[in-house]
Design a protein around this ligand. Structure first.
Ligand SMILES: [Zn+2]
Length: 128
């Protein structure tokens, strides 16, 4: 029960992007709660279903990069160790970010024909 006269900015740091059930909950919750703005930083992409609806609902979605990882390390861990980026961090966050962009972009492609097709082909991922 949040005070609707106030603005709430939430930032989630999560290991995996929201599952379809949670994404649907958020898509229903956020438009009815305009005093809540949500940023979601998953470390990796999980199930992609439902993610594409989140930006429409007002949520910001981006893969954790070095900045977010360091922020989490400094804020939530108290082990006295400085943050040490691991060797493939940049490659990992880069490829996960690209994958997420592809997931979200598919959502915004204009329909090819006025009649809705029952099943759209999934995004073609090329590696290499
Ligand atoms: Zn879930």
């Amino acid at each position: 029960n949040l005070d609707e006269g106030k603005q709430y900015r939430l930032t989630w740091y999560i290991s995996w992007s929201p599952c379809p059930d949670c994404a649907l909950e958020l898509v229903q919750f956020l438009p009815m709660n305009s005093h809540v703005s949500l940023r979601i930083f998953p470390a990796r992409n999980g199930h992609e279903d439902g993610l594409g609806d989140l930006p429409d609902a007002g949520a910001k979605l981006a893969i954790m990069t070095r900045n977010e990882l360091q922020h989490c390390w400094d804020t939530f861990l108290d082990n006295g160790q400085p943050f040490q980026p691991w060797t493939n961090l940049v490659e990992h966050t880069g490829s996960e970010s690209q994958e997420l962009k592809d997931i979200l972009r598919v959502r915004f492609l204009p329909p090819a024909s006025p009649s809705p097709s029952p099943s759209l082909p999934g995004p073609v991922s090329s590696s290499g």
